[in-house]
Write a protein that binds this ligand. Structure first.
Ligand code: NAP
Ligand code: ZN
Length: 348
């Protein structure tokens, strides 16, 4: 076993504290890397609070992890000591089902294993612990190559916020000629704007925060709508081909669907703690679709990282000390994130 330390919530809803724990020893197919940066996702906060389902505690959150390889198992062929690597939201899957065989491990029919708040059900059955820590051991197949030409703190959020927005935009082939609305300008939302613009779509940000207008335009958005302003909201009715919904809190999806054109698609990636009620009329009137998407497969995550390397795309980050984490969560709850907190792991 490998002794390490991290920041953990010892029980649901509690503040995080320093915690000493052990990782598994590096197995023949494992890569160990020392963590330099870890992004702070709203999913971390949801899971610490049991917003979705009862969690496994102590919980070490963090699934936007980057650092350098310090050990490799004897069968590892893709990585060597010193390589810059990353791990996102998954660390294992069955490898056998049709989803896994199609490179969509996130939809593994037998269940993928989350980077934290999960159990290593295909190996030792032990709980997984995430990236708010010094070092991590991950099966080679779930380790990504990180481009060397990008600022590393801005790369960390690509492992979740990046792939979670890249994947649906690719799946629905969003690009030139499409009008894309990004609902919510936070960690996921700001990456959706960058990718939407890079893919050639006309991008509108739908936000509750008037003070994000200037940033949205700097990110490349073509239009900014304050959704609380009735006149601004009504002015964009029936106008979008796609809405990428990144909102973390309960909201009226049906109302936003009124902004879609005929055949428009509302894609949920945000996961509020409460379910939404969607009247059939929100869908049938103009043959609209309500869809969802969860992170992305390993192959597509690598494709996204390479795309970011080639196009100089990174997340806009506020680098924080480990000890600032509870304050960061507080600010996240108030939509005061510009646009991703990333922990400098040297401060742990
Ligand atoms: P975040 O940085 O906190 O951003 C969420 C944004 O939603 C806020 O900045 C705010 O933007 C908007 N918002 C918040 N409350 C709202 C409300 N009541 N009504 C309308 N808009 C509201 O969070 P994040 O890290 O991007 O994560 C967003 C959601 O995606 C979370 O639920 C997270 O768990 C989920 N997630 C899903 C996946 C997946 O695989 N599908 C992956 C990662 C995360 P404005 O200030 O612009 O209004
Ligand atoms: Zn995440």
């Amino acid at each position: 076993m490998i002794a390490t330390k991290g920041y953990a919530a010892m029980n649901a809803g509690e503040q995080l504290t320093e915690w000493n724990f052990e990782r598994r020893a590096v197995g023949p197919n494992d890569v160990q890397f020392d963590i330099q940066y870890c992004g702070v996702c709203h999913s971390d906060l949801h899971q610490i609070r049991n917003d979705w389902f009862p969690g496994i505690f102590p919980m070490v959150p963090g699934h936007e992890i980057v650092g350098r390889v310090i050990a490799v198992g004897e069968n590892v062929s893709k990585f060597k000591l010193g390589d810059l690597v990353g791990t996102g939201c998954m660390v294992d899957s069955c490898g056998d089902c049709s989803s896994c065989k199609h490179g969509e491990e996130q939809y593994c029919e037998n269940g993928s294993v989350s980077t934290y708040n999960g159990l290593n059900k295909y190996t030792d059955g032990m709980p997984t612990y995430g990236g708010y820590s010094k070092t991590i051991v991950v099966k080679e197949d779930f380790v990504l190559n990180v481009p060397e030409n990008l600022p590393l703190s801005g790369v960390a959020p690509l492992l979740c916020a990046g792939i979670t927005t890249y994947s649906p935009l690719r799946h629905w082939k969003v690009g030139k000629g499409h009008k894309l609305a990004v609902l919510g300008l936070g960690g996921l939302g700001h990456m959706a704007v960058k990718f939407g613009v890079a893919f050639g779509a006309e991008v509108t940000v739908l936000s509750t925060s008037e003070n994000k207008r200037e940033d949205a335009m700097k990110l490349g958005a073509h239009q900014f709508v304050v959704t609380k302003d009735e006149a601004q909201f009504n002015a964009v009715k029936d106008s979008f081909d796609f809405i990428l919904d990144t909102v973390s809190a309960p909201h009226d999806i049906a109302a936003y669907m009124g902004l879609l054109k005929t055949n428009g698609v509302h894609i949920c990636v945000g996961v509020p703690s409460e379910p939404s009620v969607i009247p059939a009329f929100a869908l049938i009137g103009n043959r609209k679709s309500l869809a969802g998407s969860m992170i992305g497969g390993i192959e597509e995550t690598q494709e996204m990282l390479d795309f970011c390397g080639e196009n100089n795309i990174v997340s806009e980050v506020e680098v924080i000390d480990m000890a600032y984490i509870d304050k960061a969560y507080e600010r996240m709850e108030k939509n005061d994130v510009k646009y991703r907190f990333v922990i400098d792991m040297a401060t742990l």
